[in-house]
Design a protein around this ligand. Structure first.
Ligand code: BES
Ligand code: ZN
Length: 623
């Protein structure tokens, strides 16, 4: 296990490390909290360790017991909370005096309940669900929100198996990021059901996950189910039917079988702040991925990839986050390449390279929007005192993927990269690793390849290499031709019709990105015509609508405001809301939109948004 210091945790995992977590919690929808206890096993790493320091946030801790003693007044340990910062507090538990030698096993129980400050848990009233009858809740722990439900060493440097018991009101169904451990037990007198889940593979705390609601499930492959409310079941089943095909492609590329047994998907309300979250055995996805035509299923390929990069080989701290996401983007695009090739011979590389062009556009947009915080455009930023969720952007994804593409170009193509990646997964599986370890492994494998790692990791901006001349330009040229057609002075001269964009939807995304990133302001007549001809505001593909809306706002086309208002009331995804609210704020600074109007839009949706979104915007937009 890596011993780098995690700037976002108070845990003393260098001294005593948690080896097992067993939360036993009851879900109380009326009070919107969970209560119960978590049993923790830890092992001391050297002698004279006086405390076990855990991360907590928003937890009301009642007591801590030493489980190795019979319950007496002595078996309670006098915990303290010596440090308390906005991103978390330190729960300090004195180790029993007989547990201070190297290798001693400590076994404690923390009794507590969560609170409204438990930002890792989102609650929905029945009227916010598809079925409107039952409440719903789910957890989202990445990056540092596990501590808001479970006292733990909330750093990705520490990995442990877990067993979670959850008691819910009958007939609600619980699901966790692990397999069902035993049959659910009904208590007729209390009207409750107790579920127990177990994840045997050691995982970082951010991968622990729970959802409770009126969930149904349906098989979508030999090792996969989709979970959602009855109302969405048919559509979800169709949309995600390629899951097994992505799993097989991922196994082939990573050179290692899928190690987690089953791979299920759980559909969450559009308020979910991400497209997908790779909780082991049970990827959480946003309902917004259901478009009716499988246009956004690349997110599934992405989350499946995390079964290797992220969940088996894990970044040891959040400044190393690109090891999770950059590797995942790179491999996700290889999966899309493989699947395209299977569908139509000769198209694989073209599709992969175009996906990489799309990524380069995303990187350009991300660098542009981070102008005021350039530290965050570094691949390995300084995160001391920063909440990683506030630092979240596409930089680690796309600059990370760009670095791997650059390495591919240096080592002579995709196949040598795949050969290296396979060894990398074997070497580091079940571990948490740092940038240094990855670099060392690469250099051992390719001793003659020289890379300026410092520039890549620690310099701001786009990175020292432009991939365009390396990438196949077939699809990009088609896109560029349409961009050229639209970057003229008046809309009247543009001869366009809907069939222009009867192509890969990724081409429409790049088209819109390039119109935005080209630096040329577009006239309002041009934007209006764009929407009339291609009907972007009506698109079911959220990746397309958000790009159009952003482009319109950037060009001060305020007529689009009602569409933006509708969009932000349905989709809580962070990468969409950040640019849209960001643009609305800029427009209100320029007095083109009434500031109060922007605040009203935000206020109307605030209770629907996840805590990470509220944290990002409250200071600017809450009344
Ligand atoms: N693990 C991430 C989501 C995440 C990252 C949550 C950091 C919290 C903190 C997930 O795998 C992801 O990358 N989702 C993307 C998918 C996209 C790149 C295909 C998303 O939701 O935008
Ligand atoms: Zn990811």
């Amino acid at each position: 296990m890596s011993l780098g210091i995690d700037p976002n945790s108070y845990a003393n995992y260098h001294e005593v490390v948690v080896t097992n977590l067993e939360p036993n919690l009851t879900v109380d929808f009326n009070r919107k909290l969970l209560y119960g206890y978590t049993d923790i096993t830890a092992i001391t790493k050297h002698s004279n360790v006086a405390y076990l320091d855990l991360d907590i946030r928003g937890l009301a801790v009642e007591s801590v017991q030493n489980l190795d003693e019979k319950v007496t007044s002595h078996s309670y340990l006098n915990f303290t909370i010596p440090r308390n910062h906005s991103i978390g507090a330190q729960l300090r538990v004195p180790l029993p005096t007989d547990k201070q030698n190297e290798g001693d096993k400590v076994h404690i129980r923390v009794n507590y309940s969560t609170s409204e400050l438990s930002g890792g848990i989102q609650w929905f009233e029945p009227n916010q669900t598809a079925g409107k009858k039952h409440p719903f809740m789910y957890t989202q722990f990445q990056a540092i929100l596990a501590r808001t439900m479970i006292p733990c060493q909330d750093t990705p440097a520490v990995k442990q198996p877990y067993t979670m018991s959850v008691t819910v009101a009958d007939p609600l169904v619980a699901a966790c990021s692990g397999a069902e451990h035993c049959k659910p037990v009904k208590d007729e007198s209390k009207g409750t059901i107790k579920y127990v889940f177990h994840q045997p593979v050691p995982i970082p705390s951010y991968l622990i996950a729970l959802a409770v609601g009126a969930l149904k499930r349906e098989s979508i492959g030999p090792r996969s189910f989709v979970w959602c409310e009855q109302e969405q079941l048919e559509a979800a089943k169709d949309e995600f039917s390629q899951t097994e095909c992505f799993l097989k492609a991922a196994e082939d590329i990573c050179g290692m079988e899928y190690k987690w047994g089953t791979y299920d998907l759980l559909v969450l309300p559009g308020a979910f702040p991400y497209g997908g979250m790779e909780n082991p055995n049970l990827t959480f996805i946003s309902a917004s991925l259901i478009t009716g035509n499988k246009e956004l299923t690349d997110v599934i390929a992405h989350e499946i990839t995390h079964s290797w990069s992220g969940n088996l080989v894990t970044n040891s701290s959040w400044p190393d986050f690109w090891l999770n996401e950059g590797f995942t983007m790179y491999i996700e695009r290889l999966i899309l390449m493989k699947v395209a090739e299977q569908n139509e011979k000769g198209t694989g590389m073209k599709v992969r390279d175009f996906q990489a062009c799309l990524g380069y556009g995303e990187l350009t947009s991300a660098v542009r929007s981070l102008q005021s915080t350039p530290e965050l455009t570094k691949l390995a930023p300084d995160m001391r005192g920063i909440d990683p969720d506030d630092a979240f952007s596409r930089i680690p994804y796309e600059k990370g993927c760009l670095l791997l593409l650059y390495l591919e170009h240096l080592v002579g193509g995709v196949q040598p990269m795949i050969d290296w990646l396979r060894k990398y997964f074997v070497e580091f599986q079940r571990q948490s690793i740092t940038n240094k370890q990855m670099i060392h492994h690469f250099e051992q494998h390719f001793p003659n390849v020289k890379v300026d790692w410092n520039t890549w990791l620690y310099e701001e901006g786009m990175g020292p290499w432009n991939p365009m001349s390396y990438l196949d330009q077939t699809m990009n040229k088609q896109t560029q031709a349409l961009v050229d057609k639209w970057t003229v002075d008046g809309a009247n001269d543009i001869d366009a019709n809907a069939s222009d964009i009867k192509w890969d939807p990724a081409q429409t995304m790049v088209f819109l990105d390039n119109l935005a990133n080209g630096g040329k302001k577009l006239g309002h007549d041009v934007i209006k015509k764009l929407d009339e001809v291609y009907e972007f505001s009506k698109s079911k593909n959220v990746e397309i609508s958000v790009r159009f809306l952003r482009l319109a706002l950037e060009n001060e086309y305020v007529d689009v405001l009602p569409v933006v208002e509708d969009f932000v009331s349905k989709h809580g995804r962070s990468v969409y809301l950040k640019p849209l609210y960001g643009e609305l704020i800029l427009l209100s600074d320029k007095k083109l939109v009434d500031k109060q109007k922007v605040k009203d839009i935000y206020q109307k949706n605030r209770s629907y948004y996840h805590s990470v979104i509220r944290n990002a915007f409250d200071a600017k937009l809450a009344h």
